[in-house]
Structure formats: C-alpha cells, structure tokens
Design a protein around this ligand. Structure first.
Ligand code: ZN
Length: 506
C-alpha cells in the first residue's frame, strides 16, 4: 500500500469526521426543535440550522475533498468495493458527486420552495382546498425534474430521486415488486371486508394514564434491547428517532390517554429504528461502514419490532399480563385474545398514518404511482386530486370526504420529498423477508417471544444487517442475508398467517 494513498485516506477520514461533527450538531438542534423549542425560538433556530447545513454542504463539495476521493477510487484501498475502506471511498464519492452536480441556485431554490411549501400546505389543509397548494406543487415538481436532469438517469426521471433514499433502486424494479404485492393484497383486503366481521376495539379507547403508558413502553423497549444508557425517550408531536452521537440515540413518542395503541406501538417502532442505530459499529461512526444503508432498510427494522414482534400473538402472551397490571381499570375485563384481535384490526381508512398493517401498503402504492406519473409528466398537477381520489377508490375502496382527508394529508410533496414514500413499503417487504430468514436460522421465534426473550433476534439482526453498515447496497444485503432478491410473497404470507384466522378465513 502506498504511503501516499494512506495519507490521502487519513485526510478523507479527517474531513468525514468534521462533517459528522457538524451534522450531529445539526441533529441536536433538530431534536431540540421537535421536542423542546418554544414557539418564538423557531426563527433563530432556522437560521442556526441553515448555517450549519451550508457549512456541511461546503465540506461535502470541497473540490480538494473530491480530488482526494478521485485519487483513492483507483487505489488499492478501493479495490474491494465492499471492504470498509472501499465502502468509505465509494459512498463518500457518491455523495460528493450527487451534491456537486447540483447548481447552487437549484439547491437554494429547492430549499426555499420546501420551506414555503410546508406553510402553504398547512393553510391548504386547514381550508381543505387542494387548489391552494396546486401552483406551489407545480413549481416543486418543475424543480424536482430539474434536479433529476442534473443528477442524471438512464431510464426514468424518478430514478435519481428514489436513489437518494434507497440507493440502487429504480422505478422498474420497484414497480414490479409493488405491483406484485398490489395484485395479491387488494383482493385479500377485499376478502377480509367481505366477511363482514370486525373485532371489538372499543376498549382501546378507554382511559390509559400517561405515566403508566410511558413505564410500560420503556420496559418493552428495554426488553427488546434498546440501551437507555446510550439513548433516551422524549415526547413530541410526530414521533421520530435521531442519532446525536455514537452513544446517544433519541427516540420520541406522543401519548394519547384515550387511545392505547398510539404511543405503545410508536415507541416500539422508534425503538426499532434506535436498535439499528445502536447496532451500527461505533468505531466507524464517522464513516459509511458505520452508517445505516437506506431508508427502506431502516424502516424494515422499525416495522419488524413494531409489527412482526410487537403485534404478534406470542408477544402478547408475554406482555398482556403486564398491560393488565399497568391499566387495571381499562383491561381487567378484556381477554388476551380479544386484545390481540383489536390491535390487529384490518380496516380501510382514508388516512395513511392511521392505516393497519395490511392496508398501509395500498396507501403507499397509490402515492408511488402518482409520483412516477408526475415526474414523467403523465398527470398534470391540476388533475392530481381527481387521480388521487380515483386511486383511493380503486385500492382502498373509499372516497376521501375532503382534500385534507385525501391528497392534502401528507406533508411530503409540499416539502419536496419525492421518492421517499416507497421506502415505507420496501421496509415492510424487507422486514418480512428478513424475519422469515431469522426464523429459519434461530427460530422458533414465537417460543422465545412468549418468554420475553428478544435477544436472539436482536443479535441476529446486529450481525447480519446492522454491522454491515453501507458495505452493501440494499439489494446486495437482501440477496446475501436471505439468499434471494426481494420478494413480496413473504409479506403476503405473514399477513395471511395472522389475519386469516382472526377473520375466520381459515
Ligand atoms: Zn419509521
């Protein structure tokens, strides 16, 4: 190995360290903004965060940094692209190339339109009037098309946008997998509805004191393996997980005293994200081998703990007595079976964030299809609401009552986030396939969960997924871990195994 390459590599790592210091500072400010910040502090906070974002952008697109990465790309250090050094060079160069091919004017315009867009969205949603948002959305989509052109693509202008959140994914592959899922899921949901049966869920809306919710939520997260010496749980309006340092992972939730599932499952969901973050290799915290590989894989971890573990029958065999002890007034006359059926109710809702495990993916599908069509210029922005309502009717069997229950329900598009939605469904699909593989390797998992043993699953996830960081693409990771490409049949099987008995379909 040449000394020169070693020195250049050390310089690259040093710069990556500085980038990480600044970006974790930005995360601290962001966490504080979403959990603590008084209203009038928002303006100065925005200035602080914009300043830091600028500093980070300058370091990432520093031409000297780019030259070092070019030099290293042809060195021995990058010869094996999946080694730690090869991954570092490949991924930092990918980020450098992505950031530096965007003209500064476009970056600023995108950021300004996103901030403005979220304000306009809020007003439009309050007035339930899509036409209020349409002109701004038109502008946003124009900018996203420009961004796609600048980033470059071989087949579809949506590809480079999707690639930002799910490296290597394309419209073509994603369409094939999600359409495969759709073709089985739509009739399956219909067969559930046709039974005319729905479980009693009324007891989920009894009084659940906040303090007891927090205590139980923390106990379960700790039992899953979330390390509260290296993280903490706080309150927020829209739950999220963020990492502020190698030993500082923050999860958040929102407590509703008259609806049990809200905080309980969001704590498990965010703890699932947190377990991934805490499972990454801390010795390469600054570098891509120590960072999460994609949004979809991240979501697979949160969904696995929330849905595959936390909504499972075996989990409730273990947890239900504790829940009764925590909420004696609400649950003393409820059976474990009734409770399990209630938290797994499958029923179409117009609102994505309220959707159950089965119908959730249909919400994502319709958004993905509309995004792809918008980027390809196949749907004019003026016709978007009609297209939205038609697809909601087709996939979910409902017509939104008004725009705020329909096309205005999500903030993503007004904030310029195109290519993000599909990662939610990819996460569900990855989760099902990983869980199936874990079951074959270390199962039966249900026997373990029934006794409150979650460590074997976590250890398996750490070894096969967390500790690989960005050394593989998501597609390589799935292929390596499960022995085959992503396949929708694992998720379908999981949903059928759980829901068919609950709805008397087997
Ligand atoms: Zn999530």
């Amino acid at each position: 190995m040449s000394d020169r390459a070693q020195q250049t590599y050390a310089a690259v790592c040093q710069q990556a360290h500085q980038i990480k210091l600044l970006s974790t500072m930005e995360q601290v400010l962001g966490w504080d903004e979403r959990t603590q910040l008084p209203l009038d502090g928002a303006e100065y906070r925005a200035e602080q965060m914009t300043y830091l974002a600028g500093q980070i952008h300058d370091l990432r697109t520093d031409t000297r940094f780019g030259e070092w990465l070019d030099e290293l790309s042809s060195s021995e250090l990058a010869a094996d692209p999946r080694s730690d050094t090869g991954t570092t060079v490949r991924q930092l160069k990918r980020e450098y190339d992505r950031q530096s091919c965007l003209p500064k004017r476009l970056v600023e315009e995108l950021s300004r339109t996103a901030v403005l867009g979220q304000h306009v969205w809020q007003e439009a949603r309050e007035e339930k009037d899509y036409q209020r948002l349409a002109p701004l959305l038109e502008k946003t989509i124009g900018l996203k098309k420009e961004q796609a052109q600048a980033l470059g693509f071989a087949e579809h202008p949506y590809d480079p946008l999707l690639d930002e959140f799910e490296p290597g994914a394309t419209v073509q592959q994603t369409q094939a997998i999600l359409e495969g899922l759709r073709d089985e899921l739509v009739p399956f949901v219909r067969s559930i509805l046709d039974t005319g049966h729905q479980p009693d869920t009324s007891f989920l809306r009894r009084h659940y004191p906040r303090a007891a919710q927090e205590k139980l939520g923390v106990e379960v997260a700790r039992k899953f393996g979330f390390d509260f010496q290296r993280g903490r749980l706080d309150e927020t309006a829209h739950p999220f997980c963020t990492t502020l340092g190698p030993h500082d992972c923050r999860i958040t939730t929102r407590y509703l005293e008259d609806f049990f599932p809200s905080a309980f499952f969001s704590i498990q969901h965010e703890a699932g994200h947190g377990l991934y973050e805490q499972g990454l290799r801390t010795e390469c915290f600054d570098l891509p081998p120590g960072e999460a590989v994609s949004m979809g894989i991240h979501e697979s971890q949160s969904r696995m703990w929330e849905n595959f573990v936390g909504r499972g029958a075996a989990f409730w065999d273990w947890c239900f007595p504790q829940a009764v002890e925590a909420f004696p007034e609400a649950l003393s006359d409820v059976s474990c079976d009734a409770f399990f059926a209630a938290v797994n109710q499958a029923r179409p809702s117009p609102i994505r964030v309220e959707a159950d495990e089965a119908t959730y993916n249909l919400h994502i599908l319709l958004r993905f299809e509309l995004e792809v069509a918008l980027l390809a210029g196949e749907i004019p922005v003026a016709d978007l609401r009609d297209a939205w309502n038609a697809k909601t009717e087709e996939y979910i069997g409902l017509t939104p009552e008004n725009d705020s229950q329909g096309i205005l329900q999500d903030i993503h598009w007004s904030a310029g986030l195109f290519g993000y939605f599909p990662t939610y469904s990819l996460g569900n699909l990855y989760a099902a396939q990983f869980f199936h593989t874990a079951e074959e390797a270390i199962g039966p998992l249900d026997e373990q969960f029934r006794h409150g043993e979650f460590q074997p699953l976590l250890t398996w996830l750490q070894k096969h997924i967390h500790q690989r960081g960005q050394c593989d693409t998501p597609a390589e990771l799935v292929q390596d871990v499960t022995g085959q490409p992503l396949d929708h049949s694992y998720l379908m099987q999981h949903l059928k195994n759980k829901l068919e008995p609950l709805y008397g379909l087997r």
